[in-house]
Design a protein around this ligand. Structure first.
Ligand code: PPY
Length: 312
């Protein structure tokens, strides 16, 4: 990936006014580059894959609602893409309507499924019996309300403003303090340099056999690598065959992480590397046990070379 200061064509989950746009602005210096909203997560990833964009910003998971399937599956399948950055954004939801609409006139509410899920209790309490309608993004819902397609949208305050809507209520999330994790993805290329506080993401397909998941986990545990996320996703081949999407601490340039991934390559049916990038959640990686540090691997490698050459 080019450094974020060089002209880069950025794509993001649009239209204008999404949380994805806010995440891009908050964390990436788009410099002299361009930012183009795309209508969906698959369209954002497709723009990067086709070369229409150099990098794409999409939501990956939320602290309340969990992962965003379109992103998880979009990264697991298709031409490889790699994550070069993660961005965390606190999200606050507004109920937005066309000016003059009152709460008792609202019959339909649209938003991204994650936003509807995170405001479900508020909506049930304040708008009993309404129909929540899924949209490709919170801002797409706001635009649809402005166009008269729905009565209200759950969106960012900035989206209400952008589409000429009025906020009927602010901060309507059921759980205060929700945070969404976004990722910036690029076509495979030079990896971000290790910073000493990095994460690595991958998807591994394990065989349908006893202990397959344990074998996968063992490769990390044996090398003193802490996982920060793991979840199973259907492979869509047949019921019962799963892939595991996970993040671990460390950079693939770290010996322990490289060796763990190489071991997974041996024990799993398929492994897709999804990138090594600076950790951005404000937390520090767990201390690396002395026997798992790079110099311990280097020293052990030297010893093996000596033994193999008959020197010891
Ligand atoms: O729809 C958006 O604005 C997004 O960026 C995706 C999203 C949806 C709900 C919570 C956080 C991010």
């Amino acid at each position: 990936m080019q450094p974020s200061t060089s002209p880069t064509r950025f794509a993001y989950l649009g239209p204008e006014g999404t949380f994805a746009e806010a995440a891009l602005s908050s964390a990436v210096d788009t410099g002299g580059g361009t930012r183009t909203p795309r209508p969906s997560v698959p369209a954002t990833l497709a723009a990067v894959r086709s070369g229409d964009a150099d990098a794409g910003l999409v939501p990956l998971e939320n602290s309340v609602e969990g992962s965003v399937p379109a992103t998880m599956d979009g990264l697991a399948d298709g031409d490889p893409l790699i994550i070069t950055r993660e961005v965390f954004l606190p999200v606050a939801f507004t109920l937005a309507v066309r000016p003059g609409t009152t709460l008792d006139a609202v019959r339909s509410v649209a938003s991204h499924p994650h936003a509807l899920a995170q405001t479900g209790r508020w909506l049930e309490t304040n708008l009993p019996g309404i129909t929540p309608l899924p949209a490709s993004s919170t801002a797409a819902a706001a635009a649809a309300v402005a166009a008269g397609e729905h009565d209200a949208a759950v969106c960012a305050a900035i989206a209400a403003e952008r589409y000429g809507l009025e906020a009927l209520a602010d901060d309507i999330a059921d759980h205060a303090g929700a945070v969404t994790r976004f990722v910036l993805v690029s076509r495979p290329g030079p990896l971000p340099a290790p910073t000493g506080n990095d994460k690595t993401s991958l998807v591994a397909v394990v065989g349908d056999r006893t202990g397959a998941l344990l074998d996968l986990l063992r490769e990390f545990a044996a090398r003193g690598i802490s996982l920060t996320r793991i979840e199973s996703r259907p492979t869509r081949q047949r019921l019962g065959v799963y892939s595991f999407s996970l993040d671990c601490e460390g950079h693939i340039a770290d010996r322990r992480v490289g060796e763990a991934l190489a071991a997974l390559h041996r024990v799993c049916e398929d492994v897709r590397f999804l990138g090594s990038y600076p950790r951005a959640d404000g937390r520090q990686n767990c201390p690396v046990p002395a026997e798992s540090a790079d110099d311990a691997f280097a020293e052990a490698g030297d010893w093996l070379d000596r033994v193999r050459s008959g020197a010891v």
